[in-house]
Write a protein that binds this ligand. Structure first.
Ligand code: FMN
Ligand code: SF4
Ligand code: SF4
Length: 260
């Protein structure tokens, strides 16, 4: 199939999901646009034509795709538009995130030709999978992109079937993550975290504080803070971090799914 445009779409508060999507996109040529859902929350409908390839990446939050992204993605529409999907998780499990993304894309008029699950450093517990993606991951990502490109060449929107992926439906209930970051005395009130927060949970009047009821623990504020002021503090975090380090010690490998 002849593709004329590439659309990349991702939500990536800590940057790994974006890296995965851009690595896949490198395999394909043609004019490319990006929807970075941190900056552009898709408040109005975007229609992608059938000669566009969508490359979409979502981080896994509590076994699902982030709730605010699932809402935003309702505005991304295709018309038998081919798509490649990636979910990126922190070496615990991806549970039902991939099947949820597949179903959402199908409902919105996309035909998934391939999908993959990839591993990143855990954005809350940074001691979990600290070096992922590693060299092996990058090689697998390249192979995945190459094979996806071959499948796209043969893709026929009229005969395409549904891509089989791993996961359960009904999906697992996303658990609440009680850990929320805050700033410490190193804060200089520069306001960068206020600007980057996708849920407006930090007030410039006191950027050390976090609105706990709206914060989704995404870590964008920690990532951007030039003073290393924002982070997770307190005994509850220390206990959870120790537990997670142990629970997620096994090296997980990417899993790849292709349309046959
Ligand atoms: C609120 C929250 C929930 C998470 N839940 C999971 C999970 O269920 N399984 C897992 O392996 N990793 C989980 N993670 C880790 C992220 O999936 C992982 O770090 C992700 O790749 C971050 O993407 P980013 O670097 O693009 O922000 C969670 C992270 C956050 C912030
Ligand atoms: S980015 Fe860091 S230094 Fe700047 S306001 Fe936020 S916490 Fe303070
Ligand atoms: S305050 Fe919460 S939602 Fe906002 S950037 Fe920080 S972790 Fe993300």
């Amino acid at each position: 199939m002849q593709i004329r445009k590439i659309t990349q779409c991702y939500f990536s508060p800590r940057g790994t999901t974006k890296k995965v999507v851009t690595a896949i996109a490198r395999q394909f040529s043609g004019p490319s646009v990006s929807f970075d859902l941190m900056e552009q929350p898709l408040t109005k409908q975007e229609q992608l034509s059938s000669d566009t390839l969508l490359i979409i990446g979502m981080p896994v939050y509590a076994g699902r795709i982030p709730k605010m992204c699932a809402e935003m993605l309702k505005n991304l529409k295709g018309s038998n538009t081919p798509a490649i999907a990636a979910v990126v998780y922190g070496n615990r499990e991806y549970d039902d995130a991939l099947i949820e993304l597949r179903d959402l894309l199908k409902e919105n008029g996309f035909s998934l030709i391939s999908a993959g699950t990839f591993i990143a450093r855990h954005s809350i517990f940074q001691d979990v999978a600290p070096n992922r993606p590693d060299t092996k991951d990058r090689r697998i990502l390249k192979e995945f992109s190459e094979k996806s490109s071959l499948i796209l060449d043969k893709f026929n929107e009229n005969t395409a079937t549904d891509l089989e992926v791993k996961g359960n439906s009904p999906y697992c209930q996303p658990g609440n993550v009680p850990l929320k970051p805050s700033g410490d005395k190193k804060c200089t009130a520069c306001g960068l975290c206020v600007k980057v927060c996708p849920t407006h949970s930090i007030d410039i009047a006191n950027p050390k504080k976090t609105k706990k009821d709206t914060c989704i623990s995404c870590g964008a504020c920690i990532q951007i803070c030039p003073k290393n002021s924002r982070g997770y503090h307190g005994p509850l975090y220390k206990i959870a971090a120790k537990k997670f380090r142990k629970k997620c010690a096994e090296y997980k490998r990417p899993e790849l799914f292709y349309l046959t």
